[in-house]
Design a protein around this ligand. Structure first.
Ligand SMILES: [Zn+2]
Length: 353
């Protein structure tokens, strides 16, 4: 591990109470969300996070699969916090004679949400997703969609894009005031939260690992290997979840602006009751309103962490996001600020269940 000499005094907001603090937080989220990092190609995100970690951790390393692991030393047990760097995207499977690309999803994409979306390849090539005759299609599948990168033939396309290249949805973040809209808030918002917790955590009472993982969207792969290497006593994922607060939304008791969600269960995890209690106690101590999350689908890094070796008591702090896994994910800054406060309060005590 590379040692970082001395922790520098943090430069950004000291707390999250003023409009400037919120602006700085929005800027951080917008910067991270604006980077291209489809699963398996997280290089640009990793570079940005390594730069932002300068002076914030006692040790920083990148493991064999590309997970970034930053450590703050403390006397208490090993705690692994995890946020994933990767985002959903597309991968090119075929290029036709006219230069149109066919593609497959990378991660959980819904084809119905894609026509008209723009995608950006890692080399900067931009395309728009088109659809065959929509009115004739009963069930929209990826095979009926294509990407148009503005060329007229196959040679022109191959000069820009190769089979196997991946791309992400392409939209800048929009600042709506209290709320922001961007691609990849899942889970750059978690990455931003981990960075802010690192910055605001004055005296860690635990041996705290801040892990920025790869390939969560393909099945929590980076979390599996990094947790095995770290062998933590506790695991806490920080990730996006859905909401039930839009017209005709599924009956889910989660809404924007009502605070971070403490997970009870999803398809990959039943949160350890002791960890859940610690998270609830930390929220109450920090004066942060919270919601309880129960999903009968989905999963995140905690699903992998808790099954590591002989088992790791684990939980999740989730950020409610509307339109998750679309190019326009929406989050409320109060939920983000609440998650940061909750986690700082949690980590300033030695964890014990
Ligand atoms: Zn996620």
């Amino acid at each position: 591990m590379k040692s970082v000499k001395g922790l520098e005094e943090s430069k950004g907001p000291k707390d999250l109470k003023t409009s400037k603090d919120l602006k700085d937080l929005k800027d951080l989220i917008g910067e991270l969300a604006g980077i291209q990092g489809p699963s398996g190609s997280e290089e640009q995100v990793r570079a940005a996070i390594l730069e932002k970690l300068e002076g914030l951790a006692d040790e920083v390393k990148v493991d064999a699969l590309g997970n970034v692991i930053a450590v703050r030393h403390g006397k208490g047990p090993k705690v692994m916090l995890s946020a994933h760097m990767d985002e959903i995207g597309v991968i090119v499977t075929h290029i036709d004679e006219k230069g149109f690309l066919r593609f497959a999803p990378v991660g959980g994409l819904n084809p119905h949400r894609l026509p008209g979306a723009r995608v950006a390849f890692l080399n900067g090539a931009i395309g728009v997703i088109g659809v065959e005759k929509l009115e004739e299609i009963k069930e929209l599948k990826f095979a009926r969609l294509y990407i148009d990168i503005g060329v007229t033939d196959k040679a022109g396309a191959e000069a820009k894009v190769k089979i196997g290249d991946t791309a992400v949805m392409w939209r800048p973040m929009e600042d709506l005031g209290q709320r922001v809209v961007a691609k990849a808030l899942d889970d750059r918002i978690g990455c931003a939260i981990l960075l802010e917790v690192l910055r605001l955590l004055k005296k860690p009472m635990n041996e705290t690992y801040f892990v920025f993982t790869v390939e969560e969207e393909l099945g929590r792969r980076g979390a599996s290997t990094s947790a095995f290497g770290i062998d933590p006593g506790y695991g806490i994922a920080v990730d996006a979840t859905i909401t039930g607060d839009t017209p005709e939304a599924p009956k889910v008791a989660l809404a924007l602006g009502k605070g971070p969600a403490i997970k009870v269960k999803d398809s990959s995890l039943i949160s350890h009751p002791g960890v859940r209690k610690l998270l609830i106690a930390a929220a109450e101590e920090a004066g942060v309103p919270y919601q309880l999350e129960v999903l009968d689908f989905g999963g995140n890094d905690a699903g992998a962490i808790h099954l590591t070796r002989a088992g790791v008591p684990s939980g999740t702090v989730s950020i409610p996001i509307r339109y998750v896994h679309t190019p326009s994910e929406m989050a409320d800054l109060d939920d983000v600020a609440g998650a940061i406060k909750l986690l700082v309060a949690l980590l300033e005590k030695p964890l014990a269940i």
